[in-house]
Design a protein around this ligand. Structure first.
Ligand code: G3P
Length: 221
């Protein structure tokens, strides 16, 4: 299972990369703009944080096939390995996915709102499929649609990975982990909601208080 961070917040990436076992970072144009830094700068800062075994996913802004392929080549040249281009599954995007795969580029098909869109991108060779779970809820049941997608890929013995995206709460993530999702990309707030629990803090405080009462110190010895 791959745990990926869906953010360009460099400080948060550093913090969560220390706390957790993170496979990589996904961004999209809107996420990059939220960093309030120039594109080249924020990408360099993220690359500097990641080890070479961690993956980075950067999305194209172009909307025509040839221009998408040009941007994809640039994006994939930014690192020696583990650099992936994100391409939305528009008509032009689907054409570009085929071309990028012929060029041997790592591709994540994104802005996916249905299992069928995802499946078609998988047939064209996409390495990852990013269904927008929370946004899909506006048109049906995001989690259920992604569960169907997992089945469609399994039944067809396809090894394309689903990296579920667009999470708004831990329940959505939990339901897909139970369903055996191969990867999730989660925003910073959802990551901390998954980590933190007041019960854990309270338990630790009680251990320390009991120890101090008995031995007068707050260290083991
Ligand atoms: O990678 C971005 C995708 O996860 C969309 O997220 O929160 O804009 O629906 P959101």
């Amino acid at each position: 299972m791959e745990l990926i961070l869906d953010t360009a917040d460099v400080a948060a990436i550093k913090e969560l990369n220390d706390l957790l076992t993170v496979t990589g970072v996904t961004t999209n144009p809107s996420i990059i703009t939220k960093s309030k830094k120039p594109f080249d700068q924020v990408v360099k800062e993220i690359i500097d944080i990641l080890s070479e075994d961690q993956k980075l996913f950067i999305q194209v802004l172009a909307t025509t096939c040839d221009e998408i392929v040009e941007e994809a080549k640039y994006i994939c040249s930014l690192r020696k390995k583990n650099m992936y281009v994100k391409i939305p599954v528009t008509h032009e995007g689907l054409k570009a996915i085929k071309k990028c795969k012929k060029l041997g580029l790592g591709v994540l098909a994104t802005a996916i709102y249905t299992a069928d869109q995802a499946f078609l991108a998988a047939l064209s060779g996409a390495d990852y499929l990013a269904p927008y779970v929370n946004r899909m809820d506006n048109f049906g049941d995001g989690v259920e649609n992604v569960k169907e997608l997992i089945q469609m890929l399994e039944k067809n013995h396809m090894d394309t990975k689903v990296v579920a995206a667009s999470f708004k709460n831990t329940k959505q993530v939990h339901q897909l982990l139970v369903a055996g999702i191969q990867a999730v990309t989660i925003p910073v707030d959802v990551a901390f909601h998954m980590i933190d629990h007041p019960g854990t803090d309270s338990a630790v405080k009680t251990f320390t208080d009991d120890w101090k009462k008995a031995y007068g110190i707050t260290a083991l010895r």
